[in-house]
Design a binder for this molecule. Structure first.
Ligand SMILES: [Zn+2]
Length: 373
C-alpha cells in the first residue's frame, strides 16, 4: 500500500517537474540577461590559415553571425600551439602567429563586433557596448619555451590564461595525454620550474588553466597557486572516463579553492558510449554522438558535487571532431538555456554558469596580481 502510494507520488512529481511549459520568450529573456562567456574556441586554427570568421561558410562550428545568434558575450580564443612545434623550437613563433590571428584577423577585422578584453571589467564594458569581448588563452605551456620572459611577453600581448600542457608533457608539467606513452619523461606533476611558472602567472594576473594536465599536476597547481585556477574546457570523469576529464575529487578541490570547471562539449568527453566507440576505432558513422542532454548532465553533476559557483562553459567548438546533437555550433546556445530551465535551473543559476563564476575567478586573479605590484 505504502509502496504503491509512493509510486503514485513519484509519478506525480515526475509529471509535474516536466510539465512546466517554457516559452520561447522566457528562453530569450533568460538567455539575453546572462553574459555568456565561453572559455575555449579553436576557430583560430582556421583563421590563421585565412578563414574569414565574418563569412558563414557552413563548414564549422564558429562564425560571427553564429556567435551573435547564440548570444555569446565573451569568447576566449585559443592560442593553440600543437606539440609538433616543440621540434626545432618553433613554439614561440607559432604562439606569436596565433596571437596575431586573434588580434588581426578577428578583432581588427571586425571592430564593430569584437573588442579586445584584458580584464573582467573589459568584458562587461564590451558587453554593454553590444560587442563580443574577445580574449586570448594559450593552449600548451611549451609555448613559453621554458622562459618566464616569454610568458611575460605573452601577457603584454593580451594573453589572459595559459593551459599548462596540451596532450603532451613538457619540460616542467605532466599532461594527462601521454602518461603511458613510451619514451616520454615525466616529472610526477610540476617541476620546480613549473611551480615558478604558476607563481609568475599569479603575479601577472594570468589565469592558470588545468585542462589537459595530469591529475598530479592539477594537485600540485592547487598547492602552489595563490589565485583560483580553472579548467577552461573539461568535463566530468564520473560520466565519461576520459583521462583529461576531472574526477569528482578534483572538481570539489577546485571549487574549494574558488575555481571553476568550464564544461567541454566534445562528444567523447560527454558520453561514455561515444568514448567507447572512439576507443574501439569504429568508423565515424558508427560512433553514437553525444546529445544536448549530456551537456546538461555534466553541468548538473558538477553542480551536485561542487555547487552552482563551480561550473561554467568552455565549448571547445572547432577544436572537436563531434559536437552534441542539439548543440551543434555556437548559434545553438539558447537551446542549452532552454534545457537548463527545463531541468529546473533558475535565471540566476544560469547567469552564474554562463559568466558570473568566470568573472569572479578573473577578478580573484586580478586582485592577486595587484597585491604583488
Ligand atoms: Zn584542448
Amino acid at each position: 500500500m505504502l509502496r504503491s502510494l509512493l509510486a503514485v507520488l513519484a509519478t506525480l512529481a515526475l509529471c509535474c517537474a516536466q510539465s512546466r511549459t517554457i516559452t520561447d520568450a522566457e528562453v530569450e529573456k533568460v538567455h539575453r540577461a546572462a553574459l555568456l562567456i565561453d572559455t575555449h574556441n579553436d576557430i583560430t586554427s582556421r583563421t590563421v590559415d585565412g578563414y574569414d570568421i565574418g563569412k558563414n561558410a557552413g563548414d564549422g562550428h564558429t562564425n560571427l553571425a553564429g556567435l551573435r545568434a547564440g548570444g555569446v558575450g565573451a569568447q576566449f580564443f585559443a592560442v593553440y600551439v600543437a606539440a609538433g612545434y616543440v621540434n626545432g623550437n618553433r613554439s614561440a613563433h607559432r604562439t606569436l602567429e596565433m596571437i596575431d590571428t586573434v588580434r588581426h584577423d578577428i578583432i581588427d577585422r571586425y571592430p564593430n563586433d569584437f573588442a579586445l578584453a584584458l580584464t573582467a571589467d573589459d568584458i562587461e564594458r564590451a558587453h554593454r557596448q553590444g560587442k563580443i569581448a574577445a580574449l586570448l588563452g594559450i593552449e600548451g605551456g611549451h609555448a613559453i619555451e621554458d622562459s618566464l620572459r616569454l610568458l611575460r611577453d605573452y601577457y603584454l600581448l593580451g594573453v589572459r590564461y595559459m593551459t599548462l600542457t596540451h596532450s603532451n608533457t613538457n619540460n616542467w608539467a605532466d599532461s594527462s595525454g601521454d602518461f603511458d606513452k613510451p619514451g616520454v619523461e615525466h616529472h610526477n606533476g610540476l617541476t620546480d620550474f613549473g611551480k615558478q611558472v604558476v607563481r609568475e602567472m599569479n603575479r601577472l594576473g594570468m589565469l592558470v588553466d588545468i585542462s589537459h594536465v595530469a591529475d598530479k599536476t592539477f594537485y600540485d597547481v592547487l598547492e602552489v597557486s595563490t589565485a583560483p585556477p580553472f579548467a577552461s574546457h573539461s568535463s566530468a570523469r564520473a560520466l565519461a572516463a576520459a583521462p583529461r576529464n576531472m574526477t569528482d575529487d578534483m572538481i570539489v578541490a577546485l571549487a574549494k579553492k574558488g575555481g571553476v570547471v568550464q564544461v567541454n562539449f566534445s562528444c567523447g568527453f560527454l558520453s561514455q558510449a561515444t568514448a567507447d566507440a572512439e576507443k574501439a576505432q569504429k568508423p565515424r558513422a558508427e560512433i553514437p554522438p553525444a546529445k544536448l542532454a549530456d551537456v546538461v548532465a555534466h553541468i548538473d553533476h558538477m553542480v551536485k558535487v561542487a555547487g552552482i559557483d563551480a561550473v561554467g562553459i568552455g565549448s571547445d567548438f572547432d577544436g572537436i571532431q563531434c559536437a552534441p546533437v542539439g548543440l551543434e555550433d555556437v548559434s545553438k546556445f539558447p537551446k542549452l538555456t532552454r534545457a537548463l530551465l527545463e531541468k529546473g535551473y533558475s535565471a540566476a543559476d544560469i547567469r552564474k554558469i554562463y559568466g558570473v563564476n568566470l568573472l569572479r575567478v578573473m577578478r580573484s586573479a586580478e586582485a592577486e596580481a595587484k597585491k604583488s605590484r
